[in-house]
Design a protein around this ligand. Structure first.
Ligand code: GLY
Length: 256
């Protein structure tokens, strides 16, 4: 179960966030703020406290706070984002993490290792890590060494099609994964039950399990129906403005 979440208010430069889909247009700031506020309410409805960090105008993508740290029940790992424009988003996160973790268990990925939290999926005590354009072999090596000290297992998953691991696969607990595209038949996930997503709704692979409820992006009816059929209560949140800059529900929070 999660008790805490951390989010960061989108900054006014959010329209300049990195995107692989310029055809979707730029985020509208006012709408992004409204959607972010609704996201916070959805988290609270799942029984967690929500710490809201102030907007950081230096970093257009800084609302995607998931990428700057990996938070576990025993330790926190400050990442080293592989996107140059995002690399220094980590500078202010240690002070925040110190509110929840002892300094001794706050770890850091060091250059030349790179790692972004969007590439890390926690499944119990096993952490799958996507080797991506943002997370490199050295970052995964360091992450494995760090988590190994705490008794966790790290398994690398090579990515071919997507930005981050959790762009295409998310763990809904109960041995069940929500999978799209290249993740439907990855050997690393052979032992899990799968809820498969049609290609036209692939964006909605990025749902989050929050204490039994699944938060689902608004506008993906097949995914919504399949998650309901699997027995989960759901809450929907509109993420249209974040989608325009390759962001989804998991990217918008740290959950622990
Ligand atoms: N725009 C989100 C990212 O590229 O990291």
């Amino acid at each position: 179960m999660f008790t805490h979440t951390i989010v960061r208010t989108p900054c006014s430069k959010v329209c300049d966030g990195i995107t692989s889909a310029p055809e979707l247009g730029k985020p509208v700031y006012g709408k992004a703020l409204e959607q972010h506020a609704a996201y916070i309410e959805a988290l609270k409805a799942c029984g967690v406290d929500v710490k809201v960090l102030p907007a950081d105008e230096a970093f257009p993508d800084s609302c995607f706070v998931e990428d700057v740290a990996v938070v576990t029940r025993k330790c926190a790992v400050i990442t080293n984002p592989g996107a140059p424009s995002r690399n220094h988003e980590t500078d202010s996160i240690r002070g925040v993490l110190l509110e929840y973790y002892d300094d001794a268990v706050i770890e850091k990925i060091q250059a030349p290792g790179t790692l972004e939290g969007g590439d890390v999926m926690m499944c119990g005590d096993t952490f799958y890590v996507g080797r991506s354009a943002r997370t490199n072999a050295e970052g995964i090596r360091q992450f494995g060494e760090i988590l190994g000290k705490y008794g966790f297992t790290v398994i690398e998953v090579p990515l071919a099609e997507v930005l981050h691991l959790k762009t295409g696969v998310n763990y809904l607990e109960n041995g069940t994964m929500l999978v799209a595209g290249e993740f439907t038949d990855k050997p690393e996930f052979a032992a899990y039950k799968k809820i498969e997503i049609p290609v036209e709704e692939a964006y909605a692979a990025n749902c989050i399990w929050m204490n039994g409820t699944v938060i689902v992006p608004e506008g993906y009816p097949t995914v919504l129906a399949r998650i309901r059929e699997a027995g989960y209560p759901v809450i929907t949140v509109d993420t249209s403005e974040f989608r325009k800059i390759d962001g989804g529900l998991s990217c918008l929070s740290l959950r622990f």
